[in-house]
Ligand binder design. Structure first.
Ligand SMILES: [Zn+2]
Ligand SMILES: [Zn+2]
Length: 317
């Protein structure tokens, strides 16, 4: 989708003053339009709708109902689901920009089904109603998106990278962007590793439901990505004998095996997984964005750390 010519270009990390000025201008103009309301009152859906430059056709995966949601209302609803309610303002603003960017880039992703984005983890999961801090973050960043070479950027974000972000291509082959490389995220040093223990029989059951057959005797890591996440595993005793880490995680359950950044040990008839992070780890890490804001980083510093080289631009009305 081409950007309108009338955009205000703000380079992340170098024009922070201007960006803050834009955010303040948006907040001020909102306050001005809130007749009879105090400046502290959280924005209403009507006020978010007034700031929206487009509408998102949101498809419900269960009912197939399509809801037409003004983009800023949608951003606030997704932020309410993805972000921590008490996260610092800079985190909420960075997430709002990332969510809006994802939304604009992926508009029409479900065009064949008659809508833009679905309401499941395949796209983004919105809450039925936005919380107040998310509404305020949508207002403060209204219209701002990340761009690459003058167009909305293809970006991703996940819950926690665990200390090192993942290259986009490792998760979605063919998706190669210079701003989505594996990088150290220095806010995870205190993270405790997660542990998961599972019997060979239980894991074999998961594999059978994913089309594998045979008797599982061991699981070994056979390849790692540039960020040291697991790429391929060997399933001794099963056919096929190999599985990608993404299929493996999906087969076990993405909330059970929290990420592909793990090691595995066999002890008797049980497997012990020890790992870091939660989610695919590509792009911004929500936990890390929170910690960066707490140590004083601004919205643009956070975005610039996770998406180096992208610009923040404003969609024209
Ligand atoms: Zn979807
Ligand atoms: Zn991180």
């Amino acid at each position: 989708m081409p950007l309108p010519a009338r955009v205000q270009t703000l380079v992340i990390g170098t024009l922070r003053g201007s960006l803050a000025a834009v955010a303040t201008a948006a907040a001020v103009s909102m306050t001005g339009s809130m007749t009879g309301r105090s400046a502290q009152s959280p924005p209403t859906d009507a006020q978010l709708a007034a700031l929206s430059t487009r509408t998102v056709a949101l498809g419900a995966t269960t009912s197939r109902r399509v809801e037409h949601v003004p983009v800023e209302v949608y951003v606030a609803r997704v932020l309410s689901g993805e972000g921590e309610p008490n996260a610092p303002e800079a985190t909420q603003h960075a997430l709002a920009v990332a969510i809006r960017t994802y939304t604009v880039f992926n508009t029409g992703r479900h065009a064949r089904q008659g809508f833009d984005l679905c309401d499941a983890v395949h796209c983004q999961v919105p809450r039925a109603a936005a919380r107040d801090s998310a509404r305020s973050a949508a207002v403060a960043t209204a219209g701002q998106i990340l761009t690459y070479r003058g167009a909305p950027a293809e970006i991703f974000y996940s819950a926690s990278c665990g200390g090192r972000s993942e290259v986009a291509e490792a998760v979605w082959p063919g998706t190669s962007h210079p701003y989505l490389r594996a990088r150290k995220d220095d806010v995870h040093d205190e993270d405790m590793p997660w542990m998961l223990e599972m019997s060979l029989a239980e894991l074999q059951g998961h594999m059978e439901r994913s089309g594998f057959s045979g008797t599982l005797t061991n699981v070994q890591i056979k390849g790692r990505t540039k960020s040291d996440r697991v790429s391929v595993l060997e399933l001794s005793g099963m056919r096929p004998g190999r599985i990608t880490s993404y299929q493996f995680r999906a087969a076990i359950g993405t909330t059970v095996l929290r990420s592909t950044a793990f090691s595995v040990k066999k002890k008797d008839e049980r497997l012990q997984f020890t790992g870091r992070g939660y989610g695919h780890g590509v792009g911004m890490c929500v936990i890390g964005a929170g910690r960066r804001a707490r140590r004083g980083e601004s919205m643009s510093e956070i975005l610039s750390a996770y998406y180096p080289g992208l610009k923040i631009e404003r969609l024209a009305p």
